[in-house]
Write a protein that binds this ligand. Structure first.
Ligand code: M6R
Length: 359
């Protein structure tokens, strides 16, 4: 069942390219986005979006918030479901309530959805499991079509959730005419290139296997990024924590000087997400500051970076989302190889369950 791969997680990382084509199929045409799952008047009366989710799904939600505001020009805020449940939130009926869940059974996310429904909000779920509790409770659902995900550490579910949310943001933009046909065409072109950006090359995997040797000790990892690369940094850190049990934190790169940089020394490994298409100079200067404090820098970028102790060159430098997906694969494989080297059970990490059906 592992098809020659050592772990389900590894298989699922490699599968992302083909699975993504399934996610896109029939939804993204040459000049138009189609979402049959949504009625024509689905967005009528909607002026804001609230997204609730947990764990990795929360990270795809954070990514989506940038996309909804930038592309669909709609206010979007994101909350961790377990926090939302008990904060006595103020909800208004012009808000679309989106839940994101791989399993569709996460107790906190399900309860958040029920609360929103009781408050009269329209709901939409982004889910990998048809007919799951969350799908059944929602007014509409868009399935991610990732196929069964066995590794406890989520990979292809995150990738496909993020894709569905990108498609949804564009669909809203198309319907509300907040995206011009030119921009839409460019976005569609990038979407159609995504499966290629997700292909794992032998060269990349070998490089990360070699690199993993250096990253077993030290006192922790910072994953840093800006904009959509900040949620990706959070997700990279979560992946590493889950399967290597090493301490890792994700930060917005611009936040380092507000405290975390105090930790910087050569035993602090910084995984810097340095996309060419998004605030490159800003992140570069953030990384320079860390390097000046002797932090060990692993730069992931299409552009070589002279201060990097280790450098992983990515291939795509034409669209932020293509860079996002390519860098996502790098962080997943890095976590995998570190975990393998430590002799951990990659697919069944200690203390974790695939689906969290109790609060
Ligand atoms: O099934 P869900 O997407 O609702 O699950 C949410 C989290 O429990 C899940 O993403 C968890 O954080 C994963 N172990 C991440 O790899």
């Amino acid at each position: 069942q592992k098809d020659g791969y050592r772990f389900f997680m590894e298989k699922e990382i490699y599968e992302q390219s083909t699975v993504m084509s399934e996610t896109i199929m029939g939804r993204v045409l040459a000049d138009k986005i189609i979402l049959d799952e949504l009625d024509d008047d689905f967005f009528e009366g909607i002026n804001a979006i609230k997204i609730c989710a947990c764990g990795t799904s929360y990270h795809s939600a954070l990514t989506a918030a940038y996309l909804f505001e930038r592309i669909s020009k709609i206010r979007c805020d994101v909350e961790i479901a377990s926090e939302f449940r008990y904060k006595e939130p103020l909800l208004s009926e012009d808000t679309l309530f989106i839940t994101i869940s791989q399993s569709g059974e996460t107790a906190d996310t399900l309860e958040a959805l029920k609360m929103a429904k009781r408050a009269g909000l329209k709901s939409l779920s982004i889910c990998n499991v048809d007919n799951s509790s969350i799908v059944r409770e929602s007014n509409a659902a868009i399935l991610t079509r990732a196929g069964i995900e066995k590794g406890v550490a989520s990979t292809k579910a995150f990738a496909t959730q993020t894709m569905v949310l990108w498609i949804l943001a564009l669909y809203m933009g198309q319907e509300k005419q907040t995206v011009s046909p030119d921009v839409l065409a460019k976005e569609i072109d990038a979407i159609l290139h995504t499966p290629k950006a997700l292909v794992v090359t032998d060269r990349l995997h070998a490089k990360l296997t070699r690199l993993s040797k250096r990253y077993l000790h030290g006192h922790g990892f910072f994953f840093i990024g800006r904009d959509i690369f900040f949620p990706l940094a959070l997700e990279g850190a979560l992946k590493l924590k889950e399967i290597s049990y090493l301490h890792a934190e994700g930060y917005p790169a611009g936040e380092m000087k507000h405290g975390p940089i105090a930790l910087a020394d050569s035993d602090l490994f910084t995984i810097a997400l340095m996309p060419k298409t998004m605030h490159y100079d800003k992140i570069k200067s953030n990384v320079e500051e860390l390097s000046a404090r002797d932090a060990t820098i692993c730069a992931i970028s299409p552009e070589s970076f002279e201060l990097a102790d280790d450098f992983i060159q990515t291939r795509y430098d034409t669209h932020p989302m293509l860079e996002f997906f390519e860098m996502m694969v790098v962080t997943q494989l890095l976590a995998l190889e570190i975990s393998v080297r430590l002799g951990n059970d990659v697919d069944m990490p200690r203390n974790l369950a695939k689906s969290v059906t109790v609060e």
